[in-house]
Design a binder for this molecule. Structure first.
Ligand SMILES: Cc1cc2nc3c(=O)[nH]c(=O)nc-3n(C[C@H](O)[C@H](O)[C@H](O)COP(=O)(O)OP(=O)(O)OC[C@H]3O[C@@H](n4cnc5c(N)ncnc54)[C@H](O)[C@@H]3O)c2cc1C
Length: 260
């Protein structure tokens, strides 16, 4: 396996490096000092939007955009090793990954939508994510179970006619504090305990504004809330989604995670 810097990625590394060093990093302090000026730490000030969106327009115009979709005909054409070199550079400043539309959790979520979403899901959520117009979150971890083993997830998801009804709580949902976060990919329990352990769970798409979704609070990491991105604690009370929002099939949640 070739782990060095390929000729293909060399000029991209240089271009990303110079944009990070000369244009993005120098604006970070000003951007960060704006957080909370409106009275709401999860709201963007005009200046924050100006800085972030201005940099994104510039990166996109230079073709430095969406490097993350590796080994796919629709991607940038890079492999995972090549992408790793770019990720290293983009991650040298907190705003870096988003400027190039390569930030977590959107990259993984876009990959799920690209590989397992229907045409309708792609139109509604993948397209605006690829353009950097909306953001997303991945909701797996739950307060009541040891979540380092994902087979413990307990959020209930019960079919009722043409809908699924979701009840339970998720926390540490990174990016769910961002007012632009429009879509959650949620790991839920659809099978009972008689099913094999890795076939009890499914992934479903839940719009962040679905009735019954309530963001309870921002979690803190060593006293920081990471606003306006946030790691949120979210409660689901009788949240209804159409059955079409189930990805791949009931009981196939782990199959999605393990195939990516
Ligand atoms: C900054 C941040 C961002 C995050 N973002 C997301 C996100 O976007 N989406 C999301 O879903 N989650 C997110 N998480 C949550 C993260 O994935 C979980 O915290 C992690 O999976 C661990 O689960 P837990 O907190 O339930 O810990 P637990 O599973 O309760 O583990 C606690 C401790 O017990 C140990 N332990 C657990 N089970 C066993 C066992 N059987 N035997 C021995 N030791 C054991 C663990 O190693 C650990 O040391 C985030 C967390 C942080 C801190």
């Amino acid at each position: 396996m070739e782990l060095g810097i390929s000729d293909k990625v060399k000029p991209l590394i240089a271009a990303v490096q110079s944009m990070v060093n000369d244009e993005i990093a120098p604006l970070w302090e000003e951007y960060h000092s704006e957080v909370g000026k409106t009275g709401d730490r999860f709201e963007y000030t005009t200046r924050m939007t100006e800085i972030l969106e201005g940099l994104k327009v510039e990166a996109r115009a230079r073709g430095l955009w969406n490097f993350w979709l590796t080994d796919s005909a629709q991607g940038y054409g890079l492999n995972t090793v090549e992408y790793a070199y770019l990720a290293e550079e983009m991650g040298k400043t907190p705003m870096g990954p988003e400027v190039f539309n390569c930030s977590a959790p959107d990259t993984g979520n876009m990959e799920v939508l690209e590989r397992y979403g229907t045409d309708e899901h792609k139109e509604r959520w993948l397209k605006p994510l690829l353009k950097g117009e909306i953001r997303s979150a991945y909701l797996m971890t739950e307060p009541d179970v040891a979540s380092s083993d994902a087979t413990n997830m307990a959020m209930s998801c019960v079919r009722d006619g043409d809908e699924y009804v979701l009840n339970g709580e998720k926390w540490w949902a990174s990016g769910a504090g961002d007012p632009r976060c429009a879509i959650y990919i949620v790991m839920v329990k659809t099978g009972d305990d008689t099913a094999p352990k890795h076939q009890r769970h499914s992934m479903v798409l839940v719009p962040s504004d679905a009735p019954g979704v309530k963001v309870l609070r921002a979690m803190q990491v060593y006293g920081h809330d990471d606003a306006p991105h946030g790691h949120m604690h979210i409660k689901f009370t009788d949240v209804r989604i159409p059955v079409e929002n189930l990805l791949l099939g009931e009981g196939r949640g782990f199959e999605i995670s393990q195939r990516l």
